[in-house]
Design a protein around this ligand. Structure first.
Ligand code: ADP
Ligand code: ADP
Ligand code: MG
Length: 515
C-alpha cells in the first residue's frame, strides 16, 4: 500500500479521501488555490502545497503544478476526486510518466469512454443496449443530419461528444429546430470542452436515470455494486440520489449489473467507475455514458453495500485484488443523499457565496454529512456550488425519508443561502415520496412553496426573533435581563451552599447581589 498520496482536489471530496487515508495510515498531501488556503482539506493534510490563484484553470486544472507538487513531497500516488482533472487522460499519462500511480482507470480506457460517440460504438460492439441515435454527425452536412433526425424521430437530443455536467445538451421537438440546436450545442461544447463534435440521440421520454457502480481490479475481477436512482434533476444536474431504486427489482438489477460489467470489460477498465443508463417506463434500459471516476453520489452505495469505495480504489491502484465481499452482493436497507448547494431556492437557485458564520452538522443514527463547511469558511466564487452531502441510511425507504427530514431540520448553515428548503419541500411532494419520478419530473411538476411554508423551524425562528427584539429593547432601557437572571441564580446557589456548610443566617447572601 502507498505511504503518501496527493489529493488533486478540494472541498468535500478531498476530505472524504483524506478520512480513509488516515484510517489506513496513509499520509496525505493537499494542494490548494489561494482562496482555499484556510480550508479543512488543507488543515487536515499532513503536507500542503499552494498551486496558484483562484481560477481552476490556473490551479486545480494545471497538470504540471500538481505533478510538481507530488514530486516535491514524495507522493507515490494521486487521487483526482471528481471534476477537475479526474477524467483527463493526459493527466493519467503525466502521472505515469512521472512514475506516480494514478488512482483511477488506465488512460486508454478514459480515452475510449471520455468521448460519448466512441463510447457508444464500443458499447454497441459489447452488446450493451445504447440509446438509438446517430453517431457521426457532420454539422456542415445538414441534409444528412435532417435525414438521420427523421429516422430517429422527435423529440430528440443534440449532445456534445465531450459533454459533461449537463452541458452541450439541446432538446429538439421538430425538424425545423434541428439546425439551431446543432449550432448551439456545438458552440457550447467548443467553449466548454474545446471540442465541437456533436451527435444525435432519441429523447427517451419519462425515463429514469439509473446508474451502476462498478469496481475493477488488475486481476480480472469486475464487480458491480448495484444501482443508484438519480432522476431528480434540474438542468440535467442531479440534486438527490438514492440506492436502491424503487424501479429496479432483483432480476432487473442483475441484467443492469451484467451490462455494466460488460461495459467495463469492453475497454479494460480498472478502479471505480459508474455506468449511467436511462430506464424507460417499460423496464428497458439504455447506455448513456461511463463516468470514469468516483461519483459525487458514491456514499449511498457505500451505505447499502457496507463498503468503503475509496479504500477499494486505493487497494486496486496499489495492484491488490478486490477484497472479498463477505455478504450477499445485494443492497441492504435504503440510503438517500441530498446535495447541499450554496444557492438560493427562492431566487431561482442563484449561487450564494460568502462567509459561513455558523454550521451545525446533523448527528445521530444512520446520518452522514460529507462537507467542506466549518464556522468561518469563506465560500469562494470560483468553484461549483456543492457545499456538502447529507446522506442517511435506514432499514426501509419510508424510514430513510423520515430520517432525511429530521437530519435536514438538524442541519444549520448560517451566512450563505442553501437549498435545504428545496430538499424539505421535496420530501413533502407525494410523487417524490412514492418514488414516481423521471428525469423531467422536477422541472415539469415541482414548484418551490413560499418561504417558510411547511418548515416547522419557521415558528421557532419567529419566537427567537421576538425574544431577541424584546431583550434588545430591555437592554436599551437600562435593564439587563440576561445578566440579572444569572445573578439571581448565583445568589440562590451561594445561599444554598452557605446553608449546607452551616455558615448560617442570611449574612453572606448579599455578597452575590452586586447591582
Ligand atoms: P456526478 O455524475 O458524479 O453527479 P456531475 O456531472 O454532477 O457528476 O459532475 C461531478 C463534478 O464534476 C461536478 O463538480 C461538476 O461540476 C464537475 N464536472 C462534470 N463534468 C465536467 C467537465 N466536463 N468539466 C469540468 N467539470 C465537470
Ligand atoms: P452528462 O455527461 O452531462 O452527464 P448525460 O449523457 O449523462 O450527460 O446526460 C445527462 C442527463 O440528461 C441524464 O441524466 C438525463 O437526465 C438526460 N438525458 C441524456 N440523454 C437523454 C436521452 N437520450 N433521453 C432522455 N434524457 C436524456
Ligand atoms: Mg451523466
Amino acid at each position: 500500500m502507498f505511504k503518501r498520496i496527493l489529493l488533486a482536489n478540494r472541498g468535500e471530496i478531498a476530505l472524504r479521501v483524506q478520512r480513509t487515508c488516515r484510517e489506513l495510515g496513509i499520509e496525505t498531501v493537499a494542494v490548494y488555490s489561494e482562496p482555499d488556503r484556510h480550508q479543512l482539506h488543507v488543515r487536515d493534510a499532513d503536507l500542503a502545497v499552494p498551486i496558484g490563484p483562484g481560477p481552476s484553470s490556473e490551479s486545480y486544472l494545471v497538470i504540471d503544478k500538481i505533478i510538481d507538487a507530488a514530486r516535491r513531497t514524495g507522493a507515490e500516488a494521486i487521487h483526482p476526486g471528481y471534476g477537475f482533472l479526474s477524467e483527463n487522460p493526459r493527466f493519467a499519462d503525466a502521472c505515469e510518466t512521472a512514475g506516480i500511480a494514478f488512482i483511477g482507470p488506465p488512460a486508454a480506457a478514459m480515452r475510449a469512454l471520455g468521448d460519448k460517440v466512441s463510447a457508444r460504438k464500443l458499447m454497441e460492439q459489447a452488446g450493451v443496449p445504447v440509446v438509438p441515435g446517430a453517431n457521426d454527425i457532420d454539422p456542415s452536412d445538414l441534409a444528412r443530419a435532417r435525414a438521420e433526425a427523421e429516422r430517429i424521430g422527435f423529440p430528440l437530443l443534440v449532445k456534445a461528444a465531450a459533454g459533461g455536467g449537463g452541458r452541450g445538451i439541446r432538446v429538439v421537438e421538430r425538424l425545423d429546430d434541428l439546425e439551431a440546436a446543432m449550432r448551439a450545442s456545438g458552440a457550447e461544447a467548443a467553449s466548454s470542452f474545446g471540442d465541437a463534435t456533436i451527435f444525435l440521440e432519441r429523447y427517451i421520454q419519462r425515463s429514469r436515470h439509473v446508474e451502476v457502480q462498478i469496481m475493477a481490479d488488475a486481476h480480472g475481477e469486475v464487480r458491480a455494486y448495484g444501482e443508484r436512482e438519480c432522476s431528480v434533476q434540474r438542468r440535467h444536474q442531479k440534486l438527490t440520489e438514492e440506492a436502491p431504486s424503487v424501479a429496479v427489482d432483483a432480476a432487473l438489477r442483475r441484467r443492469m449489473c451484467d451490462a455494466a460489467i460488460a461495459a467495463a470489460r469492453s475497454c479494460g477498465y480498472r478502479n471505480a467507475g459508474t455506468v449511467e443508463f436511462l430506464l424507460d417506463d417499460r423496464g428497458e434500459f439504455y447506455f448513456l455514458e461511463v463516468n470514469a471516476r468516483l461519483q459525487v453520489e458514491h456514499p449511498v452505495t457505500e451505505l447499502v453495500y457496507g463498503v468503503d469505495l475509496v479504500r477499494q480504489q486505493l487497494l486496486v491502484a496499489a495492484g491488490e485484488p478486490l477484497p472479498p465481499h463477505t455478504r450477499p452482493l445485494e443492497p441492504y436497507g435504503w440510503a438517500i443523499e441530498a446535495r447541499i448547494n450554496g444557492e438560493d431556492p427562492y431566487q431561482n437557485f442563484m449561487p450564494s457565496v460568502g462567509l459561513v458564520t455558523q454550521v451545525e452538522a446533523p448527528l445521530g443514527p444512520g446520518t452522514r454529512f460529507d462537507t467542506m463547511l466549518c464556522d468561518g469558511l469563506d465560500v469562494p466564487v470560483f468553484y461549483d456550488s456543492l457545499l456538502g452531502k447529507l446522506i442517511v441510511w435506514a432499514e426501509t425507504r419510508e424510514l430513510a425519508l423520515r430520517r432525511m427530514r429530521r437530519a435536514l431540520l438538524d442541519l444549520v448553515i448560517a451566512g450563505v443561502e442553501t437549498n435545504i428548503p428545496f430538499h424539505l419541500a421535496l420530501l413533502d411532494h407525494p410523487d417524490y415520496v412514492s418514488g414516481a419520478v423521471d428525469t423531467g419530473w422536477l422541472e415539469r411538476e415541482f414548484a418551490m412553496p413560499d418561504a417558510g411554508a411547511g418548515d416547522p423551524r419557521a415558528e421557532t425562528a419567529l419566537i427567537a426573533a421576538a425574544l431577541a427584539a424584546s431583550m434588545t429593547s430591555a437592554a436599551a432601557n437600562g435593564a439587563t435581563p440576561a445578566a440579572s437572571t444569572n445573578e439571581w441564580v448565583r445568589t440562590n446557589r451561594l445561599r444554598a451552599l452557605e446553608q449546607r456548610a452551616g455558615a448560617g443566617g442570611g449574612r453572606g447572601w448579599r455578597r452575590g447581589t452586586g447591582s
